[in-house]
Design a protein around this ligand. Structure first.
Ligand SMILES: NC(=O)c1ccc[n+]([C@@H]2O[C@H](COP(=O)([O-])OP(=O)(O)OC[C@H]3O[C@@H](n4cnc5c(N)ncnc54)[C@H](OP(=O)(O)O)[C@@H]3O)[C@@H](O)[C@H]2O)c1
Length: 312
């Protein structure tokens, strides 16, 4: 897998993919590569003007691309429910769900429409609810996969069950690390539950290392001390958004990807390089905490995988 690239993506003709946060950065590159391999791709995003520009960009490169843009704001559970309803009305099955959208280290605590801390709500709880709501369509696909974006930041993460929403003490990076740990725990727990319940869904996780995208300017801002240090080291330590999307694309499409696999760049500290199995920290393998997080997510969002699986 050392030299794995988009040229290794098998034909995805006839497959339907949803990519969240596909209006820029890694999501855009992921959608581009999936469309280039023949998949029908729905670019989901919160900014409709950016969504339409993304469609134009992909069509410029792949004039026959089968793509559409749909509004989805992961910071609103009603937007997630609306998106899932529209998707179900138009599609029987969903082959690939890429849980990519995210915000990072917002300097001041913000809340989603449902009152969740913005990073936990957008990066994790919105994707938890979206995946559950799309479970019936995933189960109808032949070999469905869900890829959830984590980060090297999960290594410093802890799930603070006493203050999940950072109401008592908000720290921008702590909240980001928690949300990215939650995504990795979710991916692993979804795989365990899918096997146990026979849902037939393959769940994987990926991280891009350090990829040059708008994540910093959309989050902590371009004038922070961390950013200035980061900019000095950037040429050595980072890779393009297209390269950063490769671990996600490997997890989503490679026949060599494993059930519950976690993929990232293979270079120094997993910062850049072609995709390879990535290091999972012990806290992400804590099954008891993952089950607690799953239950807390069902309570917070009011969306239960089990109820949806039974009703489907
Ligand atoms: N870049 C890295 O080095 C890096 C490292 C580790 C993990 N990641 C993860 O990779 C994922 C993609 O990040 P990126 O680097 O590509 O950043 P980016 O360029 O800022 O793109 C993030 C995408 O998510 C979208 N988004 C944000 N909030 C949303 C919401 N409420 N509803 C729907 N979409 C929303 C953004 O939409 P707008 O266009 O409207 O802003 C944008 O399309 C994130 O989950 C991030 O945590 C990135």
């Amino acid at each position: 897998m050392t030299d794995w690239s988009t040229a290794d993506i098998p034909s995805l003709s006839g497959k339907i993919a949803v990519v969240t946060g596909a209006t820029g950065g890694l999501g855009y590159e992921t959608a581009m590569a999936l469309a280039g391999a023949g998949a029908i791709v729905i670019l989901a995003g919160r900014n409709d003007a950016k969504g339409l520009r993304a469609i134009e960009g992909i069509c410029e490169r792949f004039p026959n691309a089968l793509i559409a843009y749909e509004h989805l704001d992961l910071a609103s559970l009603s937007s997630v429910a609306d998106f899932a309803r529209r998707f179900a009305a138009a599609n029987e099955q969903l082959d690939l769900l890429i849980n990519n959208a995210g915000v990072m280290a917002l300097p001041k605590r913000q809340q989603t429409a449902d009152g969740f801390e913005m990073q936990l709500g957008t990066n994790y709880l919105g994707h938890y609810a979206l995946t559950a709501r799309l479970l019936p369509q995933l189960r109808r696909a032949k070999t469905p996969r869900v890829v959830s974006l984590s980060s090297l930041a999960h290594r410093s993460g802890a799930i603070n069950f006493d203050d999940l929403q950072g109401k008592h003490c908000y720290r921008p990076w702590r909240a980001y690390c928690q949300s990215k740990l939650a995504m990795l725990m979710f991916a692993l727990e979804l795989q365990r539950r899918s096997l146990a319940a026979g849902w037939g869904v393959m769940s994987l996780a990926a991280h891009p290392g350090y990829a040059r995208t708008d994540l910093i300017s959309n989050g902590p801002g371009a004038n922070t001390f961390r950013w200035r240090v980061g900019r000095l080291l950037q040429p050595m330590m980072s890779q393009s958004a297209a390269e950063g999307a490769l671990p996600t694309l490997f997890a989503a499409t490679s026949p060599g990807a494993e059930l519950g696999g976690y993929y990232g760049p293979n270079g120094f500290y997993e910062l850049k390089g072609p995709p390879a199995p990535a290091r999972i920290m012990p806290q992400a393998k804590d099954f008891a905490s993952a089950a607690m997080l799953w239950d807390a997510s069902a309570t917070l969002t009011g969306v239960s995988f089990d109820d949806i699986a039974v009703a489907a």
